[in-house]
Design a protein around this ligand. Sequence first.
Ligand code: PMP
Length: 389
Amino acid sequence: MWHDFHAQLDELAEKAQQRKLYEADSDGCFVWLDGKKLFNLASNNYLGLANDERLIEASIRAARTYGAGATASRLIVGNFSLYTEAEAALAEWKGSEAALIVNSGYTANVGILSAIAGRDTVIFSDKWNHASIVDGAILSRAEVKRYRHNDIDHLEALLQKTDKQKRKIIVTDTVFSMDGDIAPLAELVRLKETYGALLVVDEAHASGVYGEKGEGLVHHLNIAEQVDIHMGTFSKALGAFGAYVAGKKVLIDYLINHMRSFIFTTALPPAALGAICAAVAVVQEAHDRRRQLHELSVYFRTRLQALGFDTGPSITQIVPVIVGENDRAVQFSRRLQERGIAAVAIRPPTVPEGTARIRFSLMATMTKEQLDWALVEIAEVGKEMKVIS
Ligand code: PMP
C-alpha cells in the first residue's frame, strides 16, 4: 500500500516539486537553516514584531497567569478574560461592531466559508486566492465559480449569469501572497453592491502593513465599511499567532454558533493570546516600521527590475523573481542559500506552470545596506543562471 505513496513522492521529486522541511531558528532578519546562518528574505514577520520584547513579555505573563494550554474549546472553559479584552481592542482597531479571535488564518477561512455558505450559495473566488479559501469553499458545498485573477469583467459576467435568488459571496485576498499584487477592491465593492453579494476579504498579508494604524488594505483605501467580512492573521506582520474575523455583531454571533473550526477545537494557548493582545496595541503605533517596510520594498523591487529581473505585478513587500521552470527556481534558491540568503522557490501548483519563482519578502527591521549586499548576491546568481544578462 505504501508503494503508491512512494511513487507519488518520486513523481514530485522528478518535477522538482517535492517539499522538504528545514530546521529553522530565527532571530528576525537572520535564520538558521540546517545549521547555516542566512539572511532571511523568506519570512512573513514583515514588521519584525515576532521578536519584539513587548510581545514576548506579554506572552510570558499570559502563560504564567493562565497556564501553558487552554485545555478546552472557547465554548467550554477555554475562554479566558484576556479574550474579552483582546476582542474589544481588535474591534476598535478594525472599526467594526464586533470581532472574533480564532486559531489560525487557515481555520478562519475554512470556518467562515463553510459557516456562511451552503448548497444554496454561489461563491465567487479569485483564481489565486489562498488555499484555505479554496478548501473552505469546497467544504461549504456551495457552487464555486473561480474568476480569473483580478479580472473584474470575468467576475461580473459570472455574477450576471447567476440566479438572483441564490446567496452570493465574493471572496478575495487583498494582498496576494505569490505575486505581491493587490485585489481591485473598490471595483469588488461596486460589484458586491450591484449584485447583492457579501464581500469577504483576507487581509493576511496586509494586516499591520497597510492603513494608518495597520488595519489593512481596505482601510487604507477607505472602503472598510462596505466590506462585510474582514479576516486577517496575527501570524505575519503582527508577529504572533492566530487570526481574526471582524464585522457586524450578528456575523460574529452567527460564527460563534456555526463555525465548526471555532467550535470543535481547543482555544489558543494563553501565551499566543498574550502576544496577540500586545500586538494589537503595538501595531497601531508602528508607523515608522510601516514606512520603513514600504520604502525598503520600493527600493528592493526597483533595484531588481533595474538588474533585469521579472518581478511580475508586485507592488507590496512581497517581491517575486520569476524564473520559469521548476528546477531553475529550486537551483536559484539553493545557490542563494550557499551565498547566505534564505529565499524560497515557489512552484506549481501554488503558481501557474512555467512561472516558478523565488519569493522574496521584506522586513521593516532590515537595512538598505543589508539589501544592497543581498542584491549583489542575487544578481550574481541571476547571471550564473542566465536569468539576467
Ligand atoms: N490567508 C492567506 C492569504 C495566507 O497567505 C495565509 C498563510 N500563508 C493564510 C490565510 C493562513 O494563515 P495562518 O498562517 O495564520 O494559518
